[in-house]
Design a protein around this ligand. Structure first.
Ligand code: PLP
Length: 393
């Protein structure tokens, strides 16, 4: 490729920020160096491995305390958490739900599980998340508010909710987004799957939505193997979320009665045990992730054609996944970098294929998606495991 000098330099400096003695460096691997063995062993020794147990209760309390959200309900994965968040926010069959096109598939799938229609919105470079100002202009053009509901004038469908996603741990600009939600009678649900440990204006993400979803999948900041949680400051929604994710069973000593169609979305105790141990280490993980991001930033700044994604000025990010951005979208350059890095055993990858380009979502409504389409061609993620920050402290 012509003009590959800068890119070759980039590969060198990224490599210099990483340990030199490893053949392969994963994108994000879990770290178990606390009480994981002890807590999991306790589950096995006592027989409490399944859907109830003290670690489930403790994990929920610990999550609420850590995030500052009043209630946390542990569930089987982040997608299930999002599904229930949307359902409890009142999303119904045939509603539209605004989501970024630049997101992981779970956001769009969860909307579909409600029988609702994802409506794709653009992102902004500052946060990589929803652009509230562009969204505001768009809604002014295409919606009307009637009897306390927001309608899409083009499709005739109700727009019930918006789901900002805090991309790679960088919080979306929530204040203007909340104002839009208030003006247009749209519910706010945060997809905080990537942002445990991230703060918007001093407050933990997940506090701003009516309900929010976390994920503890194997590649997230902390993991329970697989798992998720619903966060909400609304007491009655929290009770309902617990009820409906645990088969809607009416508590009773021996009778099995259910008052509606519920879901078996419970997080097993053995996974919650892992979660309790992981949460104890989260502060340490965050320090190390920040150290790694810092050393990336320092060396990547020296290279001309790219920048390193840093937290927006109003936020403190968990730096879940580090990202490099080409100054201009350029798929040839992107792929050249991906080839070179991966060839050297430095696992790197582009972000997701945009949701509106997937066959099952291709016909759904969308606004102008120029920024998202650029991001697809200019962004790559580079290794971000906690362990990589340990030599950089
Ligand atoms: C990880 C993730 C989820 C949830 O994924 P699960 O694997 O179901 O836990 C949801 N949204 C985003 C943006 C994610 O990155």
């Amino acid at each position: 490729m012509r003009d590959s000098g800068d890119l070759d330099k980039l590969v060198k400096v990224v490599s210099s920020a990483l340990p030199g003695d490893q053949k392969f460096i994963a994108l994000h691997e879990p770290r178990f160096c606390g009480n994981e063995w002890e807590y999991v062993k306790e589950c096995l020794d006592t027989g409490w491995v399944s859907s109830v147990g003290k670690f489930v209760d403790r994990f929920e309390q610990d999550l609420a305390e850590y995030t500052g959200v009043n209630n946390a309900i542990a569930v089987v994965n982040g997608t299930a958490a999002l599904h229930i968040c949307l359902k409890l926010a009142g999303v119904e069959q045939n509603d539209e739900v605004l989501i970024p096109s630049f997101t992981f598939i779970a956001t769009a799938n969860a909307v579909s599980y409600c029988g609702a229609i994802p409506h794709f919105a653009d992102s902004e470079m500052r946060t990589l998340g929803l652009d509230p100002f562009k969204l505001s202009n768009y809604l002014r053009d295409i919606t009307e508010v009637k009897r306390g509901h927001c309608y899409n004038k083009i499709t005739g469908r109700r727009i019930k909710a918006v789901v900002p996603m805090h991309t790679f741990g960088h919080p979306v600009d929530l204040d203007p987004l909340m104002e839009i939600c208030a003006n247009y009678h749209i519910e706010l649900i945060e997809d905080a799957a990537e942002s445990l440990g991230s703060y918007y204006k001093g407050q933990h993400t997940g506090n701003f939505g009516k309900l929010s979803a976390l994920s503890f999948n194997g590649n997230k900041v902390i993991t329970t193997g697989g798992g998720g949680a619903i966060l909400t400051n609304d007491e009655s929604l929290a009770k309902f979320a617990k009820h409906i994710t645990t088969t809607a069973k009416i508590p009773h000593k021996w009778a099995f009665n259910h008052d509606q169609i519920g879901f078996n979305y419970r997080l097993p105790n053995i996974n919650a045990a892992l979660g309790c141990a992981q949460l104890e280490q989260l502060e340490q993980f965050l320090i190390k992730k920040r150290a790694l991001a810092d050393s990336y930033r320092k060396v990547i700044t020296e290279v001309d054609c790219v920048s390193f994604m840093v937290e927006p000025e109003f936020a403190k990010s968990n730096y879940w996944l580090n990202a490099i951005l080409l100054n201009k979208p350029d798929i040839t350059k992107r792929d050249y970098l991906l080839e070179k890095l991966n060839d050297q055993g430095i696992m790197s990858r582009p972000a997701w294929t945009l949701m509106h380009k997937l066959p099952m979502f291709a016909e759904y409504p969308k606004m102008d998606l120029t920024i998202a389409e650029g991001l697809e061609m200019q962004l790559i993620n580079i290794p971000s495991s906690v362990v990589l920050g340990e030599t950089n402290e």
